[in-house]
Design a protein around this ligand. Structure first.
Ligand code: 5GP
Length: 236
């Protein structure tokens, strides 16, 4: 597989073409952004930790029967993935109230959510990723109704698998964001799953082990990511 020209540079990852149009290379950079890209800093080792973390989780989900874009780790910072047409919508599941849910609805931070809450957001930094619903997605042509149903079902399947994985390692999966795309007409999981796009708390102490450490200036960001990785058995 030959890596070719850069196709796209996102806030934390870049995408490169390969000599096979069905595959692209995802390159995880050390750039760390918050507040819709308003704050960007370099965090040493972040690209490598997230690449390896994501590879572990994507493989875990694939083995559990969830279709993903992940093919293989290429090196410390890069993975080979399927070249999908991304659906510009973020799927969020919340098991515990935190973040924007608390700000929006005034509910208590840390409140357990039964059943878990599902939300869609439009991927659009200029509009600050506004919340949208199934009607917006279908009416504006971001995805077909049947694909919206599929994304939602897959996001809940991921919840069942990952809640247990993290609980078994003494952590609470508070919430997370997933992105999907279409590959040969099928909805599959894309983007990444890492502590950049989820909230993880230590089950005993409720210490934050995710990107909220960066957003809230708590320090020890990468050390926390490495602790999570080590606890679930990601080879770093
Ligand atoms: P909230 O809506 O509370 O800000 O985020 C809910 C969950 O989705 C959190 O775990 C957060 O990290 C993740 N999330 C939501 N939007 C984004 C985004 O644009 N980028 C990243 N990295 N994570 C996001």
């Amino acid at each position: 597989m030959e890596k070719r020209q850069e196709l796209y540079a996102g806030k934390a990852k870049s995408v490169f073409a390969t000599d096979d149009s069905d595959y692209v290379v995802l390159s995880f950079r050390d750039d760390t952004s918050a507040f819709d890209g308003e704050r960007i800093e370099q965090l040493n080792r972040k690209g490598e930790v997230n690449n390896k973390f994501n590879a572990f989780i994507m493989q875990y989900l694939s083995d559990a029967g969830i279709p993903t874009h992940f093919e293989k780790l290429l090196n410390a910072n890069e993975s080979l993935v399927k070249n999908m047409k991304m659906i510009p919508v973020e799927c969020v599941v919340r098991n515990v109230a935190s973040g924007s849910l608390v700000r929006r609805l005034g509910v208590e931070d840390g409140m357990e959510l039964t059943p878990p809450v599902f939300e869609f957001f439009l991927k659009n930094d200029a509009l600050h990723d506004p919340m949208v619903n199934e009607y917006h997605i279908e009416t504006f042509g971001w995805a077909k109704a049947e694909d919206v149903t599929k994304m939602k079902a897959l996001t809940f399947e991921v919840n069942a698998k990952l809640k247990k994985l993290f609980a078994d390692a003494g952590m609470i999966l508070v919430d997370y964001k997933l992105e999907f795309g279409l590959f040969k007409g099928e909805v599959i999981l894309g983007d990444e799953f890492s502590p950049d796009g989820c909230r993880l708390w230590d089950a005993q102490t409720r210490k934050k082990l995710d990107k909220d450490r960066f957003r809230q200036g708590l320090g020890g960001v990468i050390e926390a990511y490495e602790e999570v990785a080590q606890r679930i058995g990601v080879p770093l």
